[in-house]
Design a protein around this ligand. Structure first.
Ligand code: HEC
Length: 331
């Protein structure tokens, strides 16, 4: 198997600079109102931004390697010949999720009653200095999976700037390998997180076990061979906990986070606004006009963790100019 790209997935977070709780009445007192002004998201006039609906579907345990094996996935050969995932699957996400969430052949530990997909409305904007990515979604009736006690919901964004070709073609799936923890080829006692195929000495149907030596990884990293991710952990009325990081040989959280997020919840509906500087300095990817970016979105709902999330197909993003699913313009 040629070195194949890898997929999207999971996360953890840490920082949150701002709070968007707004005004909450607790025991007759008003809390939180003063925090609003601190939030960068309030600089954006979201009414002026058209939203795009993206269906996030439950991916089951289908790994990148399974998807690239024709006997296991009938799109494999065509994908290798150049057809991207979305060219066959866009519009079918809800049907795929419904199948994958309950089918024992693609999900060995199904969560009873879990919906197969959710819809997110996504808006983007910038203010010349910062980018804002907003996700509005309603997880609906979710069974409590009891995996993540504190945060019933988590939202994440993954970004590549064209350095990782397989991400442009296969989105999050390019980071999701067969030998990762809780995947079909997981080995007991080895917690493998998301990684890129290029970080491995060789890849096979079961992924890649042997990681390249540190000097080679350093060079790959210095050349930008990483996928960036942002995650916000959410609970009603609580300031979101935000982390960012990147993926090369593993999912690695940055020590401090350049990304901030605000969130609000009403009647089960969530609104999350991520933000960071367009140019945040290394190790973040510069977000510059005229370049093509691939983004993937993920939501954990119903107190799930790890791979038990909803994901999008690969989507494109551009700043100011260009053809993309999300053209980010100044607000
Ligand atoms: C040439 C079209 C084609 C391409 C390209 C393709 N697929 Fe598929 N895919 C299919 C077909 C047809 C099925 C159903 C039959 C099967 O499972 O083999 C399927 C099944 C699936 C399933 C199982 C759920 C379902 O709806 O049956 C997933 C998930 C999936 N594909 C993801 C992907 C991803 C991710 C990529 C890109 C890496 C991709 N596919 C590329 C055609 C394609």
């Amino acid at each position: 198997m040629p070195p194949i790209p890898s997929k999207l997935g999971c996360f953890r977070l840490i920082i949150s600079s701002v709070c968007d709780m707004g005004i909450r009445l607790v025991g007759g007192f008003v809390f939180g109102a003063a925090l609003l002004a601190a939030s960068p998201s309030f600089a954006v006039d979201w009414d002026k931004v058209a939203g795009k609906d993206v269906v996030l579907f439950y991916p089951g345990q289908l790994s990148w390697e399974a998807l690239l094996t024709q006997s296991e996935h009938s799109g494999a050969d065509k994908f290798r010949e150049g057809k991207n995932c979305r060219q066959c699957h866009e519009g079918e996400e809800a049907a795929s999720g419904k199948l994958l969430v309950a089918d024992k052949s693609s999900e060995r530990e199904p969560i009873a009653g879990k919906p197969g997909s959710i819809k997110a409305t996504i808006k983007t904007a910038h203010d010349a200095e910062n980018i804002f990515i907003r996700l509005d979604f309603d997880p609906g009736q979710q069974p409590d999976a009891g995996m993540e006690p504190k945060f019933p919901v988590m939202a994440a964004v993954m970004i590549d700037d064209g350095k990782v070709a397989e991400v442009a073609r296969g989105g999050c799936y390019a980071l999701c390998h067969d030998n990762m923890m809780r995947m079909p080829g997981a080995k007991a006692g080895v917690d493998v997180t998301k990684y890129l195929s290029r970080s491995r000495v060789k890849m096979s149907r079961s992924g890649g076990d042997e990681i390249k030596p540190a000097d080679q990884l350093d060079k790959l990293r210095a050349d930008g061979n990483v996928v960036e991710y942002w995650q916000a952990r959410l609970a009603p009325g609580v300031v979101p906990v935000v982390v960012d990081g990147d993926v090369l040989d593993k999912r690695q959280e940055h020590k401090s986070s350049a990304v901030t997020a605000t969130s609000s919840e009403a009647g089960g509906k969530w609104s999350v606004v991520f933000s960071r500087k367009l140019v945040a300095g290394a190790p973040y990817k510069d977000l510059s006009p005229g370049k093509a970016y691939t983004v993937g979105f993920a939501v954990h709902a119903g107190h799930t963790a790890h791979r038990f999330h909803y994901v999008s197909l690969e989507k494109t993003l551009a700043i100011d100019q260009g053809a993309a699913d999300f053209l980010v313009v100044r607000n």
